[in-house]
Design a protein around this ligand. Structure first.
Ligand SMILES: [Ca+2]
Ligand SMILES: [Ca+2]
Length: 128
């Protein structure tokens, strides 16, 4: 009796494992699809290599601060297809020093080596 219960628990654990496996594969596919769809001025991504959630920014003009909403303190990679230089700020209102700046038409698959992983709270496009 005890043996049968254990075997059943094993089957449940296996089923859960395959569900989790499917889930992360589907999520990775979604991330890649989003990554290639950044037609806006600028995009932040939740994870390295343009994976996870995406936040798109449309800049109206230079020197206007835009706050990150969905990816506040979460961004780990970015794409900047615009002609602007984009400055990243740890604070919400582009106050204080810019911790990182993206060149026009550049991308960065990992913000860690710039010391800005999971920090960005606002961005500002400036004339390059
Ligand atoms: Ca992140
Ligand atoms: Ca921050």
């Amino acid at each position: 009796m005890k043996r049968q219960t254990m075997r059943r628990a094993g089957v449940v654990a296996l089923a859960l494992t395959s569900l989790i496996g499917l889930g992360s594969a589907a999520q990775a596919d979604a991330g890649r699809r989003l990554a290639s769809s950044c037609a806006s001025d600028f995009c932040l991504y939740e994870h390295d290599d343009y994976n996870g959630a995406e936040e798109e920014f449309v800049f109206g003009s230079y020197n206007v601060c835009v706050r990150s909403l969905s990816l506040n303190n979460k961004a780990s990679s970015m794409r900047n297809p615009s002609g602007a230089r984009v400055q990243f700020y740890d604070s919400a209102n582009c106050s204080g020093a810019s911790g990182y700046a993206a060149r026009p038409r550049s991308s960065d698959s990992d913000l860690t080596n710039n010391g800005f992983d999971n920090k960005t709270s606002s961005v500002k496009p400036v004339r390059p």
